[in-house]
Design a protein around this ligand. Sequence first.
Ligand code: SAM
Ligand code: DTB
Ligand code: SF4
Length: 326
Amino acid sequence: MMQAPTRHNWTLDETLSWFAKPMNDLIFEAQMALRAHFNPNDIQVSTLLSIKTGGCPEDCNYCPQSSKFDTGLKAEKLMDTQTVIAEATRAKQAGASRFCMGAAWRSPKERDMPKVIEMITQVKALGLETCATFGMIDANQATQLKEAGLDYYNHNLDTSEEFYGEIITTRTYQDRLDTLQHVRNAGMNVCCGGIVGMGEAVHDRAAMLVTLANMPTHPESVPINMLVQVEGTPLKGLAALDPLDFVRTIAVARIMMPASYVRLSAGRETMDDALQALCFAAGANSIFYGEKLLTTANPAQHDDMKLFERLGLKVASAASRMSDAA
Ligand code: SAM
Ligand code: DTB
Ligand code: SF4
C-alpha cells in the first residue's frame, strides 16, 4: 500500500478543526491513517510494573505517588531484581510483548543506575521488549540505558505548554523536552503522550498533539491517558470528562502520527467495553495489560482477552507495523 509521508508541520488551527469534525468523519480518517501503517486488527500489549513506588518529590497534581499529597500510598524502596524478573516472567506468560518499569523519581540517582541496568538486561534476556519511565534523564544516563538494552523510554508531556503550569510546578515543559531529546539522541524509541481530563480545554489537547506530531521523528509510542482521579490528589473531584472527547483525542493522535502506536492507557478500569471498542475504532492499537497500572487498578487480563476475542483483535508481536515488516 502507498503510504503518504508522515507530516511534521501541523498547525493548531487545522488540529482544532479535526477535533471539531463530526465523529463519523473523524473515525473514518483515523481508520484510513491506521490502515496505511498497521494491520488494523492487531493490538500491542505492554505490562507495567512500579519498581519504586511513592515518596516522589515532584508535585504533579494528578499523581498518587507525589509526597506532597496525602493519598495513603505507602512509599517503598527500589524493588529487588529477582522480584522484577518474576513479574516480567508472569507478564510474558500472560501474553505481554513489552515490559515497562516505572519509578517515582524526579530523576534516577547515580546509585540507582547499576540496579536498573541489571533489571533491564535481565528483562530483555527473557525475550521481552523493555521500556522504562524513571523521570528526567541526562544524555549520559540515556546512553547507559540504551547500552543496557532499553528499547523504549516513556516520558510524557502530559498536556499543552500553556496549561502545564497549572498541573506541575517542580519541573518545566522544557525539562521534559530536553529528556525526550536525550532519549532520541541515544537511539532509543520514544514513548510520549499525555493525560486528558485534567480540566484542560480542547485547545490544550490540540496543542499537546501539535508538539508531539511536529517533532522531527514522531514518538514511536503515544500513550493517551484518561485521568484516574485519586483521593488526596488536587485533581480529585474534577467534573468527569465527556468520554467522547477522550475518543476524539485518540482519533486526532492517530491522524497526526499515523505510523505510531497510539495507546489507550490509564482510565480503562472505568470504561465499559463499548467505549474501549470505540477507542480502538478511533485508532488506538495498544493498551496497558495487567491488573495494575503503577499503583491503580486496570482491567483483569482475562477480561481484556475476552474483549479482544469479541472484537476480533489479535495480540501482536513487537514488529507488526507494516513499515517495520517491509
Ligand atoms: N516519575 C516518572 C515521571 O513522571 O516521568 C515516571 C512515572 S509517572 C507515574 C508516568 C506517567 O504516568 C505520568 O507522566 C502521567 O502521564 C501518568 N500518570 C500518573 N498518574 C496518573 C493518573 N492519576 N491518571 C492518569 N495518568 C497518570
Ligand atoms: C503512561 O503514559 N501511563 C502509565 C505509564 N505511562 C507509565 C502510567 C499510568 C499511571 C496511572 C496511575 C497509577 O497507576 O499510579
Ligand atoms: Fe513523581 Fe512521576 Fe508522579 Fe510526577 S508523575 S509525582 S514525577 S511519580
